[in-house]
Design a binder for this molecule. Structure first.
Ligand code: UDX
Length: 456
């Protein structure tokens, strides 16, 4: 394998993982960021992102001399020795959702303006961030350099397992209208032995959206199926187990929940809808996927209303509710587009009084992991936080489990029951064993479960 000289622009979640992992594959990597304090921290091996194995990899590769951090893109480019400029430049800059759900490409544009003219002939520019279809083409236009290949190489990293996903990928996707550039990017990953899809730029760009939207569709389908299970007296766990044995469907990504969230699925579903609209294609299936997800939040609120008041139209005014889990999924402190927070907002609108608890926002050893020892916040988007689950449950008329943290499963539910005013648990992730809840004298309400009290 040839070790390549690589420059990575942006040391966010994707950039830092890309830089550290490519260094671990033997490449010489320089990461650029405009945030001076962050670069200084990274040079000391301090990683702000909570990602298993990432800080160890950064320290290891920095010590091995394969990974370094520089402030500013021009300075990073200049840090390569004369005649040894980067062969590949990865763009890992933010592409936030702009007006009307279209990804905002200003960051990519400004990098190209800054360093485009200084790149050596034959350099390959790689878009790693999720970008709209056509970005590779636009990047090439911005560059105005026929001697530079532009490649789309989307990432498929999940929060909480990014390093593992990078180094053990299901596939590598490399798309370009310049075959030689694409092959050179694919070769960076050769050691991973992963299936590699070499395609054109537009297909690679679309593939990222196609994957995330398919995952979102799978979850909306499961959530709809769970609702149907409730109506016909079936059980979603049995249904998903049964369909999951079909290898064309698979067991993964079939857990019902309060809806999908996070930094990718909501952004990418909306962006693909925009792509479809712009191409004059009515993507009904995708629109229904998003609508089902939005509706899921209201459905959870309706479930809580019925469980607490016994009526579909009962009032939640001044009803105290305990929310367990506020992040968009377990194992992260990320609150972006968290369904738990959307549900909290709806409950507050309905007049409920909320107290939350989330293992990511407590003091103690977990705080070290998530906030580098900073004290826990006292509230999250208007939801006051308790220091532990039992304190959050004090005087609550119902406890809602909103993220699938494993610790919720092993809580002492009799102690929780003793703290609560009324014995109701609405488990929107089906994570806590309903029999355990019932033994603690609690009424368990989950999603699509045969054993639950009927909603109908
Ligand atoms: C996702 C994609 O999985 C990843 O490939 C892409 O690169 C980025 O977006 P991530 O945002 O980390 O990764 O979250 P993921 O683990 O996919 O979960 C997305 C949402 O779906 C979360 O809100 C999660 O709680 C929910 N989910 C997931 C379910 O409700 N049920 C499941 O079975 C799985």
């Amino acid at each position: 394998m040839f070790a390549r000289r690589v420059m990575v622009v942006g040391t966010g979640y994707v950039g830092l993982t890309t830089g550290a992992c490519l260094a671990s594959l033997g490449h010489e990597v320089v990461c650029a960021d405009i945030d001076t304090a962050k670069v200084e921290r990274l040079r000391r091996g301090v990683v702000d992102i909570v990602e298993p194995g990432l800080s160890e990899l950064v320290s290891e590769q920095t010590s091995a001399g394969r990974l370094s951090f520089v402030v500013g893109n021009s300075a990073a480019l200049a840090s390569f020795e004369e005649g040894r400029s980067p062969e590949v430049v990865f763009l890992c800059v933010p592409t936030p959702m702009g007006a009307g759900g279209v990804a905002d490409l200003r960051a990519v544009e400004s990098v190209m303006e800054e360093v485009g003219a200084s790149l050596a002939p034959g350099t390959v520019v790689v878009n790693k961030s999720t970008v709209p279809v056509g970005t590779a083409e636009r990047t090439a236009e911005m560059l105005e350099r026929a001697d530079i290949g532009v490649v789309s190489n989307p990432e498929f990293l999940r929060e909480g397992s990014a390093v593992k996903d990078f180094l053990g990928p299901d596939r590598i996707v490399v798309g370009s209208d310049n075959q030689d550039a694409a092959e050179r990017v694919a070769a960076l990953y050769a050691r991973l032995g992963a299936p590699t899809v070499l395609t054109d730029a537009a297909s690679a760009e679309l593939m990222k959206y196609a994957a995330n939207c398919f995952l979102a569709m799978k979850l909306s389908y499961v959530n709809a199926m769970a609702e149907l299970c409730e109506r016909v007296g079936a059980d979603i766990a049995d249904v998903t187990e049964g369909i999951g044995y079909d290898r064309r469907i698979g067991q993964a990504f079939l857990s019902p929940g309060p809806g999908w969230g996070g930094s990718c699925l909501p952004k990418d579903t909306h962006a693909l809808l925009q792509v479809a609209d712009a191409a004059d294609f009515e993507f009904r299936l995708l629109r229904a996927t998003i609508d089902t997800n939005t509706r899921q939040r209201q459905r959870i609120v309706d479930k809580v209303r019925l469980a607490v008041t016994g009526k579909r139209t009962g009032s939640l005014s001044r009803v105290r509710l305990c929310l367990l889990g506020l992040t968009f999924k377990a194992g992260t402190d990320d609150l972006r587009d968290s369904p738990a927070l959307a549900i909290a907002a709806l409950l507050r609108q309905a007049g409920a009084e909320l107290v939350g608890f989330d293992p990511a926002f407590v003091d103690g050893p977990e705080a070290l992991k998530f906030r580098d020892g900073e004290p826990a916040p006292s509230e999250v988007e208007g939801v006051p936080l308790a220091a532990d689950a039992v304190s959050a449950a004090q005087g609550a008329e119902a406890v809602l489990v909103l993220t699938e943290w494993a610790q919720f499963r092993s809580l002492d539910w009799s102690v929780m029951a003793a703290a609560m005013k009324r014995p109701i648990v609405v488990d929107t992730r089906n994570v806590v064993d309903p029999a355990t809840l019932r033994r603690a004298g609690l009424t368990a309400v989950g999603l699509g479960r045969r054993s639950d009290p009927s909603d109908n």
